[in-house]
Design a protein around this ligand. Sequence first.
Ligand code: GLV
Ligand code: MN
Ligand code: MN
Length: 415
Amino acid sequence: MSLLSNLQIDGDRLWDSLMEMAKIGPGVAGGNNRQTLTDEDGEGRKLFQSWAEAAGMTMGVDTMGNMFFTREGADPEALPVYVGSHLDTQPTGGKYDGVLGVLGALELVRTLNDLNIRTKHPIVVVNWTNEEGTRFAPAMLASGVFAGVHEEAWAKDKVDAKGKRFGDELKRIGWEGDEPVGARKMKAFFELHIEQGPILEDEGIDIGVVTHGQGLYWLEVTLTGKESHTGSTPMPKRRNAGLGLARVTELVHEVAMDYQPSAVGAIGHIDVYPNSRNIIPGRAVFTIDIRSPSKKTLDEMRERIEDGIDLIAEALDIEASVDEVGHFDPVTFDPGCVKAVRDAAERLGYSHTNIVSGAGHDACWINRIAPTAMVMCPCVDGLSHNEAEEITKEWATAGANVLMHAVVETAGVVE
Ligand code: GLV
Ligand code: MN
Ligand code: MN
């Protein structure tokens, strides 16, 4: 391992690539809007392809549009070590959520190339399609199909707010590949990601060794009352779906507060119909996102919220329906891969702490089919899913160095 101890990625090159990718699908406030299966996503993929091929890797694309770039290993029979994340962003997303994990993986291959380091196992750099789930719910859609959690046909039938199908949009941007999804076998999977929370920055720690990920439910609620005149309908006769929405918003917050500090909950997307100044809302459609590292807590929260919605609907004389649009149980990452991440941080002299991921990640699904772990680096004020999301070059460099060491150690150096 003496060869490994001094191995460092090129932080300037990684940063330049992050800034170059951020030029594609710029947001309105310094971040990015490169939502999945848009033209901008297609353009970002092309740039990534050109970089990965320039680094000597060969591309495979599966029928969900997941992109895989292989750096050959010395042993052609050995299972590859996979490493990557996602290039799609939120509509008002930052420059690093997902992108750091993909370009950090690319950077580690560039570094191995520079130093002529060969590994026994091949290394495959991956970009998973539609991690964000903002345009097509649920999140981590294509890694979920890869891991056998979702049916491919079901995923391809998902529609966006304009009624466009995932499958049609994937074809339209030219990224439906021909590989069967999930056919690839992995020795391990590693994902580098910004923390998206405040712990590492607040505590002045370089590296989060991700041991667990919290579970979540995404629920879509439809409340149906009756549209009527805001001026002339007597208060007792109103069937106000908007009031129902307000009460459910409060309910979700209160339920999450009851389980502090290990639960969160919020309503994110809201549509109120007909959305007119002087019409009492007849319908409200909105999404609930609840999360916890404890399955018991998560299930209790869901039950309390669903019961509470029934009571609210009854009191307001409105109808309520609740559909589950996303779910995964809390995740425990592979102890061997977690140790590889911790050992890497230790070897490189970075401060580190165990951490639970608050966000969902492709690694959460891949963990079901291959030994998996994640590396986290801090982000400013813990802010993410916001165009102002920021990190420093030093944080990105430390994260990518730990990622490289964990991957290279797992892939085995051929001296
Ligand atoms: C994915 O970004 C999530 O919502 O955690
Ligand atoms: Mn992400
Ligand atoms: Mn995200």
